[in-house]
Design a protein around this ligand. Structure first.
Ligand code: DC
Length: 228
């Protein structure tokens, strides 16, 4: 990893804080690469499910993570994610896969297996890294670290809207309970728990528009000399 030459902006925070949308827009505006690290945990969970691996079996799930056969292909419609020659771009967004991703993400050996793969995304001209431990574990030397938050209710509202737009019938209270449960697991796990890096800039997006969040981060990047 040569961070001296490759600037990295890390965006960490709980699910639904807007990281995905904000990161994609930042990467597009800066012309930088984008790492969706959550997708790697989702892919590990999906591969384990596909291969009939018991999710409670840490060693077996770690082997799956070590041998993940995945390609991220850039297309006109965005990033296409291919797992063992199957297009799983949509499948990994499934709620059940998300829940299982949170389970496998608590395993030390799985996180270790995915570390090198994540760092390999740091190539010129720069990287926007989206996740939970980008600033605290994976890219500790990043010159700009952002921690995005929003209230659990606001995040549930955004999630319900997203799922309704996809034509799914969802119940607010169920989505909220799921978000609270996942936060709890991500925050309290022993390995790489969800928390802001000591040098992270914290931004509460509850009542901010996406554009306002993006502008704010771009201003910080400019201040730090990461862009002209
Ligand atoms: O952001 P997401 O919903 O796609 O993430 C899926 C799960 O993976 C979520 O439970 C948190 C976990 N995760 C993690 O532990 N570390 C990361 N860097 C990214 C995601």
């Amino acid at each position: 990893m040569n961070l001296a030459n490759t600037p990295v902006i890390t965006l960490d925070g709980p699910g639904g804080a807007g990281k995905g949308t904000v990161s994609t827009l930042l990467a597009a505006q800066l012309g930088w690469h984008f790492l969706d690290s959550g997708a790697l945990y989702r892919l590990t969970a999906l591969a384990a499910m596909n291969h009939g691996v018991e999710l409670s079996n840490e060693a077996a799930v770690a082997v799956i993570a070590e041998h993940l056969d995945v390609r991220f292909e850039q297309t006109e419609k965005g990033t296409k994610i291919v797992l063992e020659n199957d297009n799983v771009t949509e499948a990994i967004r499934d709620e059940a896969v998300g829940r299982n991703a949170s389970v496998v993400a608590a395993y030390n050996r799985v996180r270790d297996a995915l570390l090198k793969r994540q760092r390999a995304f740091a190539v010129a001209p720069g990287l926007i890294a989206d996740g939970r431990d980008m600033g605290t574990v994976v890219f500790t030397e990043a010159p700009l670290k952002i921690f995005l938050t929003a209230s659990a209710e606001e995040r549930a509202k955004r999630r319900v809207l997203q799922l309704t737009e996809k034509g799914q019938d969802v119940d607010f209270d169920t989505v909220l309970a799921d978000i609270v449960e996942r936060d709890e697991r991500d925050t309290n796990r022993a390995t790489a728990p969800l928390k802001p890096a000591a040098d992270a800039f914290q931004l509460d997006t509850t009542s901010m528009s996406i554009d306002a969040v993006v502008s704010h981060i771009l201003a910080l990047a400019r201040e730090r000399g990461l862009m002209s």
